[in-house]
Design a protein around this ligand. Structure first.
Ligand code: ADP
Length: 282
């Protein structure tokens, strides 16, 4: 699996008074097995970018290649692409509509024209993977909690057996427990099921804890692309575009500024905890 985004630009409503360049000359590639976070202010182009990755939007300029083929080329099999590149929208539970949970999760794979027994097996496995038990298979999705609904919606995409899963703000509007559940599931899908992950998030703490590589968007441009540690070591550059560093990094750099000999290139809570304990032990 590989995705190459090559000089991608997107203009909404070209030639009208509402014309807006949402993406401007964005290039990067995604390799199999990566866990990538995309961050940036509201309006920086994150949603527009991910919508291009499974051809929900067409580039105004540039191209997106999936396994080496331009997905906007004539005759490209978009149905197959959308099975392989799974996109979980913001508030995906708004799109649940079937009578029961199991039927909802079957909807995507049955549209792929698979055998009914294969569809059911996929739905079963997808629901298990997101931690929905058999006792909830035949209840109405509307009777579930917010976090459960979202997990069912994610299962609907997983049942397509995607090679890459792209999640746009998957924790938006959830309480801390719901957030941890979703992020735990995404980590598990990455580790156990070896699915390549792209996650769009506003939370620097969540990205620091989970993503390995970060893409930073600002005003439609890709302004940073590096490991989470590299990106979060650029506090000034991030602050200039209105973004924070993770709270662990902020605490350590404040301690360092106050004269304490701590490293300030650490990004997770666990790393910060160990560093502070090390200081006390000295
Ligand atoms: P993000 O996901 O980072 O919040 P978006 O991709 O949603 O950013 O939006 C990027 C820019 O494109 C914003 O300025 C937004 O107002 C504009 N935009 C998004 N969707 C549309 C649309 N359907 N029509 C016109 N402009 C849009």
């Amino acid at each position: 699996m590989s995705i190459i985004v090559n000089h991608l630009s997107h203009i909404y409503n070209p030639g009208t008074v509402f014309e807006k360049e949402a993406l401007s000359d964005v290039s990067f590639s995604v390799k199999e097995g990566e866990y990538i976070g995309i961050l940036g202010h509201t309006g920086s182009g994150k949603s527009t970018l991910v919508a291009h990755l499974n051809a929900l939007m067409k580039p105004t300029d540039g191209a997106v290649y999936f396994n080496g083929v331009d997905i906007a080329s004539e005759g490209y099999d978009l149905k197959e692409l959308r099975g392989k590149v799974g996109l979980v929208f913001q508030y995906p539970e708004h799109q649940l509509f079937e009578e029961d949970v199991f039927s909802d999760v079957c909807f995507g794979p049955s549209n792929l024209g698979l055998d009914p027994s294969e569809v059911e097996l996929r739905a079963y496995n997808a629901l298990k993977a997101v931690g929905i038990g058999d006792d909830q298979f035949y209840v109405s999705p509307f009777d579930l909690s917010g976090g459960e609904k979202r997990r069912v919606a994610i299962a609907g995409v997983l049942a397509m057996k995607p090679e890459i899963l792209i999640l746009d703000e998957p924790c938006a509007g959830l309480d801390p427990r719901g957030r941890d559940e979703i992020l735990g599931i995404v980590d598990e899908l990455h580790k156990e099921y070896e699915i390549t992950i792209i996650i769009v998030s506003h939370s620097m703490d969540d990205l620091a804890e989970h993503a390995k590589r970060l893409l930073v968007m600002n005003e439609g441009r890709l302004v940073m692309d590096g490991t989470a540690r590299e990106v979060f070591s650029c506090r000034q550059e991030l602050e200039q575009i209105g973004l924070d560093v993770p709270s662990a990094t902020a605490v350590l750099s404040d301690l360092r500024a106050a004269g304490l000999p701590v490293r300030d290139d650490l990004i997770t809570i666990k790393e910060a905890e160990e560093e502070i304990l090390r200081l006390f032990r000295r």
